[in-house]
Write a protein that binds this ligand. Structure first.
Ligand SMILES: [Zn+2]
Ligand SMILES: [Zn+2]
Length: 471
């Protein structure tokens, strides 16, 4: 029997079993190991909550990842059912201890299979296991202060051994909605019931509303966080969180408030940044750093790959400093949009392009008052950015002849696949009228650029635009 036929038979068997939920629940105890994964996938896709919960309870492998299975915002109840199935080693639950599952991964990950391969019967491991799960802290209200203190350790709680701890991997987006609040409350109650045997591992944390779901932070181990996004809070709260991380890969801040550049909070923040040796991606968009970018660059790791400084009030002095920084030769993504960086001189940006030309893959300079003459002066440096894949310069006052000249210069950049260009000036009937864009003119521009791309045999390059007048 070939593999395809076996696969089809397993699918049929799973489908038949799931059609009778009660029978499926009874069959789980006798289900051969090999049938768990083929049954789990349709059970998840069909949102069979009770079956999923029961499957987690008797899961015969070390780990379970939802991997590529899609979870929508309204699917929290599916995740809750699976978490409910976890067999935790607690005082109330000692009789049922014996489940093999030690890691439940509820993150969507396109590279992750449902289970990791196991080597023999004595050694089981998971590629996603957390280094901090072994001494999982008992994070009940009584020990919250241990998380808040800098340099906290786990000495206050009774550590569970590695074999007793169950890891629960979830990405959290604290958005202040009722459903998120319910999910967070559910997680907290599970953690309380587990008496420290459950390690809640959140590696990707987004905080859009600190006030609503703040309590969950007291249950998280900040050392697990590698991607952190924080919006609309005071810098003081960012500092509290970032200071406790140890392996932050990506930090995104937006609409962060702080009193003044001479203030203690900014000093603390810079100190935190200095300690983030693993940081590769930093987003400081909307943080007003005019003429003070040097203070950030001085403390950032030189190997930083992504830097988003859109709407940061940058001056040409800041661009000069950036062009001379050690980061400039490592950057693969740079966003300087919504800054008037060309108002006094374009030389610093030209130097920046020259120094970044060996690594830069993604460049955004939207709405920077980039004119024909400046873009023309930048063309030689731009055409040397051989790694460039995406170039975005929307909402700048550019004319059609300049666009055509640019296309000719960029045609030799074989990695460049996506150009978001500025609608040429002649397509606007009137700048001050909201509906001032002439769609007919724009259609002609699009057709002309398409023909030019065909003529230079670069059909693989997409030139597109957002039909909105720049401010
Ligand atoms: Zn695994
Ligand atoms: Zn962890």
């Amino acid at each position: 029997m070939d593999k395809k036929t076996t696969g089809t038979l397993l699918e049929l068997a799973a489908k038949s079993l799931l059609s009778n939920e009660l029978a499926a629940l009874h069959a789980l105890d006798e289900l051969p190991r090999a049938l768990f994964v083929p049954l789990f996938i349709p059970a998840f896709l069909g949102r069979h909550k009770e079956i999923l919960k029961a499957m987690v309870r008797v899961w015969p492998f070390h780990c379970l990842h939802i991997g590529t299975l899609s979870v929508q915002g309204s699917d929290c109840d599916i995740l809750e059912a699976m978490i409910d199935g976890l067999q935790l080693h607690s005082a109330q639950n000692s009789s049922s201890w014996g489940s093999k599952l030690r890691l439940l991964d509820l993150r969507q990950d396109p590279d992750c299979k449902i289970i990791c391969s196991e080597f023999g019967t004595t050694f089981s491991s998971c590629f996603q296991s957390c280094a901090y799960s072994r001494n999982s802290t008992l994070r009940t209200e009584g020990t919250q202060h241990s998380v808040r203190c800098p340099g906290f350790d786990d000495s206050e709680s009774e550590p569970h051994s590695a074999s007793e701890t169950v890891e629960l991997l979830v990405d959290l987006s604290l958005d202040g909605t009722l459903r998120t609040w319910q999910f967070v409350s559910f997680l907290q109650s599970k953690l309380r019931q587990s008496f420290g045997s459950l390690h809640l591992c959140c590696r990707d944390l987004e905080i859009f509303d600190m006030s609503a779901d703040r309590s969950i932070l007291q249950f998280l181990d900040p050392r697990c966080i590698s991607n952190l996004q924080v919006d609309l809070v005071h810098l003081r709260e960012v500092n509290t969180l970032v200071a406790q991380t140890v392996y932050l890969y990506r930090l995104r801040l937006s609409d962060i408030h702080f009193t003044c550049f001479a203030g203690r909070q900014l000093q603390t923040f810079l100190h935190c940044l200095r300690n983030l040796d693993s940081l590769q991606e930093l987003d400081l968009s909307t943080l007003y750093v005019r003429n003070r970018l040097h203070r950030f660059l001085r403390v950032l790791p030189p190997q930083l790959k992504t830097l988003n400084l859109s709407s940061c009030g940058l001056s040409s002095i800041d661009v000069t400093i950036l062009s001379q920084s050690s980061q400039a030769t490592h950057l693969s993504q740079l966003n300087l949009s919504h800054n008037q960086i060309f108002s006094t001189a374009h030389g610093p940006f030209q130097t920046l392009l020259e120094r970044a030309s060996g690594t830069l893959q993604h460049l955004q300079i939207n709405n920077c008052v980039l004119t024909d003459s400046i873009l023309s002066a930048l063309l030689p440096a731009l055409s040397h950015c051989s790694c460039l894949r995406v170039l975005s310069f929307a909402f700048n006052p550019i004319t059609m002849p300049m666009l055509m000249s640019l296309l000719q210069h960029l045609k030799s950049l074989m990695e460049l696949k996506y150009v978001i260009y500025s609608i040429p000036l002649h397509c606007y009937r009137d700048w001050d009228v909201p509906d001032g864009l002439d769609q007919q003119q724009l259609a002609e521009v699009e057709a002309q650029l398409k023909a030019m791309l065909q003529a230079v045999q670069r059909d693989d390059m997409i030139w597109t635009t957002c039909p909105v007048k720049f401010p």
